[in-house]
Design a protein around this ligand. Structure first.
Ligand code: UDP
Length: 151
């Protein structure tokens, strides 16, 4: 099973959307294998967004991501990375389609509620930044055979 790192950004937590957004992933069939509320240290935010270093929005982004608590989720499932990205919608809330998380809950471009890893390489790096190995659970959902057409 593929794993992906999701961050419910400070605006999602401040707006009381933790349950609603997390629930969408659960209902879709992506399995929660790690979950915690934390305030991201600046050094971790900088590593996480290192690919954007030097861009005009980078410093504000790091400031935003560290300004109040976030929820980090590790989700597992077949094609979890692509599925979660589709569910998130386009980067900018103003452009994201209705039906997606960003499209349904916001219009802001910078404060766009959610982060999701965009490749297997990014997922490996980001899961390592936010979770220790013993913070990830391996558990078998009893419904898995139906979710994945195994019977
Ligand atoms: N961002 C921004 N202005 C921009 C582009 C990006 O504030 O012009 C922020 C936004 O919060 C976005 C994050 O930087 O989610 C990372 O950008 P990326 O292009 O990686 O988008 P994502 O993968 O989050 O959709």
């Amino acid at each position: 099973m593929e794993k992906t790192l999701i961050i419910l950004k400070p605006d999602a937590v401040q707006r009381g959307l933790i349950g609603e957004i997390t629930s969408r992933f659960e209902k879709k069939g992506l399995q929660i294998v790690g979950m915690k509320l934390m305030t991201i240290p600046a050094s971790i935010a900088e590593q996480h967004y290192a690919p954007h270093k030097g861009k005009p929005f980078y410093e504000g982004l790091v400031r935003f991501m560290t300004c109040s608590p976030v929820v980090v989720l590790a989700l597992a499932g077949k094609d979890a990375i692509v599925i979660a990205r589709k569910m998130m919608g386009a980067t900018f809330g103003s452009k994201a389609e209705p039906g997606t998380i960003r499209g349904d809950y916001g219009v802001s471009n910078a404060y766009n509620l959610i982060h999701g890893s965009d490749s297997p390489e990014a997922a490996t790096k980001e899961l390592g930044l936010f979770f220790k190995a013993d913070e990830l659970q391996t558990w078998k959902p009893t419904i898995q055979e139906w979710v994945y057409d195994m019977t």
